[in-house]
Ligand binder design. Structure first.
Ligand code: NAG
Ligand code: NAG
Ligand code: NAG
Length: 492
């Protein structure tokens, strides 16, 4: 009896710890993604005007959009009927009501050095580039801008945008040249937005509460009793600067990550630490903690990013639950070149290997126009590595027209083929580090979701390192593995 138990236990441990993993992403825990839990932003004043909010501004008098001519480098005009990139401004939030506006070529809108004309020429934002946004309380899409000279902006004519309005501010009529309609065309709700949105007094409390309640020890118990053998934990670069990260980021998430290792060890789960947000932003998305959506990570950021990996490897190399360190989530092509990326991967790989010979190192394929096999020969020169690919039947128009069966066929045919290309016999392992049961099919039944998830488990189960569902918890329920398990849709 005892030996039988022992055998069972040994089997269980071997079985539960070996690749391929059935893993889940602890997304939106240590790196904020607002769409996964929108209510956490509710306490922010002007919560629709966060860092990186892309706005277009229409003069009510002229019925024309403000435009940074040439995308920046010269004056502002107000003569465009149809807004596009030059007519789109990215907010930098100073506080609840003061903002900078960044244009396509990355200059800031400001007052010219001598005079009241509006230009977009400065690469940095100081007082002349700071504007007080005054909203109409009855219709917050109507705004006025007060410049640093104390005057309000006005679109006097299509070619004259100045900060010298002398008229009345009692009304918000269309004929008033100081009134603009603010159209929000893109929003970001990531770590930068939540921390800078709440500001230094409130953000630490909001974030600490979130870290302490979103994921707990009992979640690891739940996962382990449902056949999940690993968690992939997205982290941001600022975690390596805990307890005092650069503003606006907040310290304390390192403690939460330490706890995750402790809970993982208690429940026999492995941990994959994933650098989701690199300094400078490797893809411009909110989950890479971009301030305003520009992708700026590149050669000049390699050293600081390797230092983050070095920090994580040094701290966790000897934790028995460490399975892998993923060097960078979703670098975006063509902004990040293959050459820069492999230079970084090589240096970061060596940083990990200073501390551990047994942890895997995970290399994410580039998103965007890139050959999915481009890392294979490079990866073959390294030990214990896996290539990370993310498969969603989303984010591409082609999926919106697919039926239930076409989606499922796509998994068995196209995805299966894609995965085969990165699953080699002697090279790196393959890892489907993100997938979900959500899709674009409208009105799908529970059985449809079950079949779609099952197809993906079957195909992604062939990945030699395993798969990881996105995500464990999510306000959009089909994205939540917890919800899918509790509602009998997914059986890992
Ligand atoms: C807008 O005004 C600028 C500056 O005068 C001019 O160069 C440009 O051609 C105008 N564009 C339109 C669409 O009127
Ligand atoms: C917001 O920032 C502006 C510009 O720096 C400053 O003048 C103002 O006092 C600030 N307001 C608050 C409430 O801190
Ligand atoms: C765990 O996986 C095994 C083997 O596939 C299966 O028999 C069992 O039902 C699963 N357990 C749960 C709770 O899903």
């Amino acid at each position: 009896m005892a030996s039988c138990l022992y055998l069972l236990l040994a089997f269980y441990i071997t079985f539960s710890q070996a690749q391929p993993f059935k893993a889940v992403n602890l997304g939106n825990w240590l790196v904020t993604e607002g769409w996964m839990n929108p209510s956490i932003f509710d306490g922010i004043i002007n919560k629709d005007l966060l860092d990186g909010t892309h706005v277009q501004l229409k003069s009510t008098k002229l019925q024309k959009y403000l435009c940074a001519e040439n995308g920046g480098g010269t004056s502002l005009v107000a003569n465009r009927s149809i807004p596009s990139d030059w007519e789109t401004f990215r907010l930098w939030r100073i506080n609840d009501t003061y903002f900078n506006l960044r244009v396509l070529n990355k200059q800031f809108v400001g007052l010219e050095t001598q005079g009241n004309k509006l230009v977009a020429v400065s690469n940095t934002a100081g007082d002349p580039e700071t504007f007080h946004i005054i909203r109409n309380t009855n219709d917050p899409t109507r705004v006025r801008f007060q410049a640093s000279n104390g005057q309000l902006l006005q679109a006097q004519s299509e070619t004259s945008v100045t900060a010298d309005y002398g008229g009345s501010v009692s009304g918000w009529e269309d004929s008033d040249p100081s009134v603009f309609i603010i159209n929000i065309v893109r929003t970001l709700q990531g770590e930068y937005q939540i921390t800078n949105g709440y500001g230094p007094d409130k953000a630490p409390k909001v974030l600490q509460d979130h870290w302490n309640t979103y994921i707990k020890s009992e979640d690891f118990n739940f996962l382990s009793s449902n056949n999940i053998s690993a968690v992939r934990i997205p982290v941001g670069w600022w975690i390596a600067h805990d307890p005092t990260p650069p503003k606006p980021f907040v310290g304390g998430s390192l403690k939460a990550l330490d706890n995750a290792f402790t809970w993982a060890e208690k429940y026999g789960i492995k941990v994959i630490v994933d650098l989701h947000a690199a300094q400078g932003s490797q893809n411009g998305n909110e989950h890479s903690a971009a301030r305003d959506g520009f992708q700026e990570w590149g050669d000049s950021y390699i050293q600081v990013t390797v230092a983050v990996i070095d920090f994580l490897a040094a701290r966790y190399a000897n934790r028995p639950s460490l399975a892998a360190i993923a060097l960078m989530n979703e670098p975006q092509a063509p902004g990040i070149s293959l050459d820069t990326l492999t230079k970084y991967y090589q240096a970061a790989y060596e940083a990990v290997r200073k501390y551990t010979q047994t942890a895997y190192v995970i290399l994410s394929n580039r998103l965007g126009p890139a050959d999915p096999t481009e890392l294979l020969s490079f990866a073959s020169t390294l030990n214990l590595v896996a290539i990370d690919v993310h498969y969603y039947n989303l984010f591409w128009d082609g999926f919106t027209k697919m039926s239930v069966q076409q989606n499922i066929d796509f998994i068995y045919n196209s995805r299966s083929n894609d995965l085969r290309k990165v699953t080699t016999t002697n090279g790196p392992l393959s890892f489907v580090g993100e997938w979900t049961a959500e899709w674009n099919v409208k009105g799908a039944s529970k059985e449809d979701y079950q079949k779609f998830a099952k197809a993906q488990q079957e195909v992604y189960g062939r990945a030699t390192f395993g798969w990881a569902y996105w995500a464990y918890k999510c306000a959009s329920r089909h994205w939540s593995l917890k919800w899918n398990i509790e509602n009998n849709i997914i059986h890992p």
